[in-house]
Design a protein around this ligand. Structure first.
Ligand SMILES: O=C[C@H](O)COP(=O)(O)O
Length: 253
């Protein structure tokens, strides 16, 4: 954790969830809301189809709802796309941009990710900008260069600690059960902090840097205790309320 920074535990449901899953949202709200003064903020990023209903379920809760992607433009002839303004209209307060699955499945470039972050800010959303190396890039000793280059290209100049969150997600750790060593997570988060601070000064010092990739109830506490890890971006384990709540318990434990 970073002193003075409020941690964030964020879930990413990816392409999962229907109306039948809203019970999990209710259970997350119930699990969070009986606690006074939680030490962290909590967010679930959901498929666009669920955002409005989930935001309604979470309306009186400390749980926030976010989107998983947005188009750079506010509106127009872009069949199947969702704008940041539409997400905000549905009740979202944040959106993930540049997730590795979008970089791979939709050939998203750093420049496009930066435009999406700006779109998020235009709509009043915070942008969760994802970076992370592949297995080949790590094994060839290029992980740090890849992440530095993704940060340089994907984080716009107008970033501040309130409108942006950085998520470091090694691609090889996503959905695999593999997690980097604590030393490797610490080293990468220290690098990200240094890069952000050199470029953005105090905003970079205060920006939240999340770790993502096979975060589970069993490893969350250890991961969240690493310097410059200000919470997590949780995929599979965020689909089940009991697992997500157990991961939240790892903050400040
Ligand atoms: O956005 C979340 C990440 O891709 C992590 O997914 P995972 O927790 O299922 O490994």
């Amino acid at each position: 954790m970073t002193p003075g920074v409020t941690p964030l535990v964020a879930g990413n449901w990816k392409m999962n969830g229907t109306a039948a899953s809203l019970g999990e949202i209710r259970d997350v709200c119930a699990g969070l809301d009986h606690k006074d003064a939680l030490p962290h903020e909590t967010l679930l990023c959901l498929p666009a189809t669920l955002i409005e209903r989930a935001a309604s379920v979470a309306a009186d809760s400390v749980l926030s709802i976010g989107g998983e992607d947005c188009h750079p433009l506010e509106s127009g002839a872009h069949t199947g796309d969702i704008s940041a303004e539409m997400l905000a209209d549905a009740g979202a307060t944040a959106v993930i941009v540049g997730h590795s699955e979008r970089r791979t499945d939709h050939s998203e470039t750093n420049a496009l990710v930066a435009d999406k972050a700006k779109a998020a800010w235009r709509a009043g959303l915070s942008a969760i900008v994802c970076v992370g190396e592949t297995r080949e890039e790590r094994e060839s000793g290029n992980a740090e260069n890849v992440v530095a280059s993704q940060l340089a290209g994907s984080v716009p100049d107008a970033m501040n600690a309130a409108n942006t969150v950085i998520a470091y997600e090694p691609v090889w750790a996503i959905g695999t059960g593999l997690v980097p060593s604590g030393d490797d997570i610490e080293a990468m988060h220290a690098l990200i902090r240094r890069i952000m601070t050199e470029r953005f000064g105090s905003e970079g010092e205060g920006v939240r840097i999340l770790y993502g990739g096979s975060v589970k109830p069993a490893n969350a506490k250890e991961i969240f205790s690493i310097a410059n890890v200000d919470g997590g971006l949780v995929g599979g384990a965020s689909l089940k309320a009991s697992d997500f709540l157990a991961i939240c318990e790892g903050v400040g434990a």
